[in-house]
Design a protein around this ligand. Structure first.
Ligand SMILES: [Zn+2]
Length: 146
């Protein structure tokens, strides 16, 4: 479990997570520190500090602090285990990863080729008939002048 937690935090730094959730921050003096309004309690003057290097937060307003998992626990009212599961799911790349997109594209073209094959083998090649066939499949025939 310890390794997983470390990996998780490495993949999703606290600051990135907060920014993804619209936390607006400004640098707070020291280079790796940021300050903004606390997402955990209502306030008008920023007292929520994040140390990006240490990957921790501390709020001087409500006195709460900790790491990313602690933040998820507090902000989403989840247990430690639930927070881990939530974060693991949040850091898993969605299905539109490059490989998935390529796979889908290849499948699409394969399908089009199959249809094309069917259209051009329906009897002798005939432009009008091929056009009609393509239209049936929602495709268009583009004739290229030689
Ligand atoms: Zn607070």
């Amino acid at each position: 479990m310890g390794e997983d937690v470390k990996k998780l935090k490495h993949h999703l730094p606290l600051l990135d997570y907060l920014r993804q959730h619209n936390w607006i921050a400004r640098p707070a003096g020291r280079s790796s520190e940021f300050v903004g309004l606390c997402p955990l309690h209502a306030e008008t003057r920023p007292s929520f500090y994040v140390n990006a290097r240490k990957n921790v937060f501390y709020c001087h307003g409500c006195g709460r602090g900790g790491d990313l998992i602690r933040f998820v626990q507090l902000s989403r009212n989840l247990s430690f285990r639930q927070s881990l599961a939530y974060l693991e799911q949040a850091t898993t790349p969605p299905d539109d990863s490059a490989a998935a997109v390529l796979h889908k594209t290849a499948a699409f073209y394969q399908q089009q080729l199959d249809r094309f094959g069917r259209c051009t083998t329906e009897g002798k090649f005939n432009l009008a008939r091929t056009r009609a066939c393509f239209r049936r499949f929602g495709m268009a025939v583009v004739t290229v002048a030689a």
